[in-house]
Design a protein around this ligand. Structure first.
Ligand code: ASP
Length: 352
């Protein structure tokens, strides 16, 4: 391109509707995803006070033809959404994703790994109440997401919800009813609504040298969506046989283990043997704590040393959502075992 070539101006941010309570309507069998989202969204945003309305950026809307309750999402949906964003993001000033809250944090985490090196914002949001419900949080959340989506200083996947902005790969659904439904237990908020302003806190976003140049990785997740991954939460009394029933499945490629406190498991040679055998077969195993706050330190107690010997990787202070989606992402790529393990332990998008 010559130095004088004109760069076409960016189109307004794109709002992608995937489903979720935000766009749901009543049916005989309860709430179901509804259509006509563009007009319904416009009506809800128009009902906001004039001063706030004036600060909402113009936007375009793309509605998936088959909006879902996000409880139905699988790695296939994560992949589809990332590809859609990868295809369109360069034309738009930012992207907002409207998503069901139930698995929103999983999708946001997965998007972060697939869209590494983003040079603009992808803001995921949803609502606890449908757009048309009296007192709904839907318009507030979309307003906030749009305002952050056009902030050029935000260059990563984030979650805007309940007046707060958090790193997508650090966020978790934390409440079943409260409008402040999401939390970021191990990383500070990236931004917040303060009065009528959407404030981005300096120094908390992925800095340019951290996120590097756009280098999207869009591998095929479909094989992992067929039972390739498992989440095992240990409990007092868990037996080697029970863990083996999960890990010996030939379709399984990796698993996330939720262990105790700072990284402990029962000192049961049978159980550790099952883990060692699975690792030895090339299954990628990672451990997180059952405590929502803080990380793990495998080997601090003798009761945790067995995990290290069994080849289980420490996910440190990552969320369950960030851990499992990272395992999926790494397993979907043609990497050596050693490279997968190295990347798992390396922060790719500020997830650890
Ligand atoms: N079940 C809904 C969903 O995740 C819940 C919500 O959006 O709040 O799609």
């Amino acid at each position: 391109m010559s130095a004088h070539a004109t760069v076409p101006p960016l189109r307004p941010p794109l709002v992608i509707y995937t489903g979720g309570t935000l766009g749901m309507v009543e049916s005989d069998s309860g709430l179901v995803p509804g259509g006509d989202i563009e007009a319904r969204l416009a009506r809800a945003l128009n009902a906001l006070p004039a001063q706030r309305r004036a600060a909402i950026p113009e936007h375009e809307v793309l509605a998936f033809a088959d909006p879902i309750d996000s409880s139905a999402a699988t790695p296939r949906e994560w992949q589809r959404l990332a590809r859609e964003i990868a295809k369109r993001h360069r034309e738009h000033a930012g992207i907002v994703v409207l998503h069901g809250t139930d698995t929103l944090a999983w999708t946001a985490s997965s998007l972060a790994y697939q869209l590494q090196g983003l040079d603009r914002a992808v803001v995921v949001t949803g609502a606890m109440q449908p757009l048309e419900t009296e007192g709904s949080d839907a318009a507030d959340n979309v307003e906030l997401a749009l305002r952050f989506a056009v902030n050029p200083a935000l260059q990563e996947v984030a979650i805007a919800f309940g007046g707060r902005l958090m790193r997508g790969v650090r966020g978790r659904k934390w409440q079943t009813r409260d409008a402040r439904a999401f939390a970021s237990p191990n990383y500070p908020l990236l931004g917040e609504r303060v009065g009528d302003d959407a404030i981005l806190y300096p120094g908390r976003g992925l800095a340019r040298q951290q996120h590097g140049a756009p280098r999207f990785e869009l591998p095929d997740y479909a094989p992992l969506a067929e039972g390739g991954m498992a989440r095992l939460v240990l409990w007092p009394g868990v037996t080697a046989r029970q863990v083996a029933a999960w890990l010996e499945d030939p379709a399984l490629r990796g698993a996330m283990l939720e262990v105790w406190g700072g990284g402990n498991v029962p000192e049961d040679p049978g159980l550790l043997g099952v883990l060692t055998e699975a690792s030895g077969e090339g299954k990628l195993l990672a451990a997180i704590s059952q405590c929502p706050h803080g990380g793990i330190d495998i080997g601090h107690y003798a009761a945790g040393l067995g995990l290290r010997a069994a080849g289980v990787l420490s996910a440190d202070d990552m969320t369950p959502e960030a851990t499992l989606t990272k395992l999926v992402h790494l397993l979907a790529q043609p990497l050596t075992d050693e490279e997968r393990r190295r990347r798992f332990l390396t922060p790719l998008v500020g997830e650890r």
